[in-house]
Design a protein around this ligand. Structure first.
Ligand code: IMP
Ligand code: MG
Length: 185
């Protein structure tokens, strides 16, 4: 498996960039079919989902629009605090729009269940969830994701937008962190 030079001994590839790209193309095609004749409004959660979003929108053959939200739930650690705080809200109202909430990973479900409810209160015409990764074994709050890229085991992963302490977001493959507490440079 090809590894970039900046891969450290602390990272073990779980999904290669080719696997990720192939699946993102499939998700884009599925969304294009499901929303044919519509113009979906994709809301992405900063920062983890931004690389996924940028590939996904180019795989959707429909007119669409984008907006961003930022939430803080984990801080710099790998443990969920259970507290979700909106640190950047949407630029535009979503009333009457066909909204797709794009997230990097569905883990405990705390973030997405909170955001789903918060967005429903703003009266979109429809609201679906698209998560690149799903760790079902970690679920605390039940969340239905309409589009899921991959189900993964209960391992902390980085790369393709995902970080540990803001590191490794630019690693092209999705990798398991062998020791999340290690401070590798
Ligand atoms: P949840 O609220 O527990 O579902 O967590 C969602 C957020 O936690 C994601 O958007 C990620 O930012 C972060 N997260 C959860 N699992 C991982 C992981 O394995 N790697 C990196 N970030 C993760
Ligand atoms: Mg994150």
């Amino acid at each position: 498996m090809p590894q970039a030079g900046f891969f450290q001994n602390n990272l073990e590839p779980l999904l290669t960039r080719d696997q990720v790209q192939a699946r993102v193309q499939e998700l884009g095609a599925e969304i294009s079919r499901d929303y044919a004749g519509k113009s979906p409004h994709l809301i992405s959660i900063l920062k983890g989902a931004c690389i996924f979003l940028s590939d996904l929108v180019r795989a959707i053959e429909l007119p669409l629009s984008l907006d961003f939200m930022a939430v803080s739930s984990y801080g710099a650690s790998t443990k969920s605090s259970g507290v979700v705080r909106i640190t950047k809200d949407l630029d535009a109202p979503i009333e009457g729009r066909d909204v797709i909430l794009v997230e990097d990973i569905l883990d405990t479900g705390l973030t997405l269940s909170y955001l789903h409810e918060s967005l429903l209160n703003r009266n979109p015409a429809s609201l679906k969830i698209c998560a690149l990764l799903n760790k079902p074994s970690r679920r605390i709050k039940e969340v239905h994701a309409d589009y899921i890229g991959f189900e993964i085991p209960d391992k902390f992963v980085v790369g393709y937008g995902l970080d540990v302490g803001e590191k490794y977001r630019n690693v092209p493959d999705i990798c398991v962190v062998i020791d999340p507490s290690a401070n590798w440079h």
